[in-house]
Write a protein that binds this ligand. Structure first.
Ligand code: BTN
Length: 247
């Protein structure tokens, strides 16, 4: 494992992508930063993290053959690897909130931003960015529904050790993708999926609130929700979210 530790940079995802463009970077190279000036979240959001308290890092992984249509299996392997590493420290319930947030009960503990480098129909390399709240105890009120390992367990953790455990755990789960054991991987993912087969309130892109039940996730990442009329509908990331607080 090749870990590059940096003090303050713009974003570890951005740094690693640039590095991979200019150099032949070995698979499982990790870039970790004490602080990101412009940490990025999903869908253009910003990722906030107090200096030196948490983990903000990116991993570059190379693939020999991974088709774009299977891209969500990559996301499943990352969230399951991260979840398994966190489970070594937390005994209370943890979930994966679709597509790949990690929740402790209902609060967000970690977020994942995956950026694929594609050639033709294949994912050649991927940059997996992870923000995990470790030792931060206070969060701005504007963020809401967020927690840290320290807040859940009361225990201060060594971020360097934790980082190595997470990377090894993700490497283990990536084995499912490399061996193309997609169905097994999905089964494990669904077992940890937040509100899987449970009634929950959702919000669509127009702001309409509706009741539904997650019944499946497709390999391209679309969420399948059974609606009140018992019909199934597919949604992509931009089309649906859990309605705040009530779900
Ligand atoms: C999200 O939940 O919105 C995804 C958050 C991903 C944050 C991490 S922190 C390390 C890496 N570098 C970034 O700029 N973003 C990811």
């Amino acid at each position: 494992m090749n870990i590059i530790k940096l003090d303050a940079i713009e974003s570890t995802n951005f740094y690693l992508k640039e590095l991979a463009v200019k150099n032949d970077v070995e698979s499982y190279t990790v870039v970790s930063a004490n602080y990101q000036i412009a940490g990025r979240g999903q869908m253009g959001a910003t990722w906030h993290s107090e200096i030196g308290k948490n983990l903000t890092f990116s991993i570059l992984i190379k693939f020999d053959s991974l088709e774009i249509e299977h891209q969500f299996y990559l996301s499943m392997a990352v969230s399951l690897g991260l979840l398994a590493a966190i489970r070594m420290h937390i005994s209370s319930p943890l979930f994966i909130k679709w597509p790949n947030d990690i929740l402790a009960e209902k609060d967000k503990l970690a977020g994942i931003l995956i950026e694929n480098i594609v050639s033709g129909n294949a994912i050649k390399q991927t940059v997996i960015g992870i923000g995990l709240n470790v030792n931060q105890e206070q969060f701005p009120a504007t963020i809401g529904n967020v927690t840290s390992l320290k807040n859940v367990t009361g225990i201060f953790l060594d971020t360097d050790l934790l980082l190595e455990t997470i990377v090894i755990s993700i490497q283990n789960f990536m084995g499912y993708v490399e061996r193309k054991e997609f169905e097994q991987l999905k089964k494990i993912y669904l077992k940890s999926l937040y509100k899987y087969k449970k009634p929950a309130m959702f919000e669509d892109k127009k702001g309409a609130i509706f009741l539904g039940k997650i019944v499946d996730v497709f390999e391209d990442g679309k969420l399948v929700v059974e609606l009140e009329d018992e019909k199934n509908r597919k949604f992509n990331l931009k089309e649906i979210k859990f309605a705040s607080r009530r779900s």
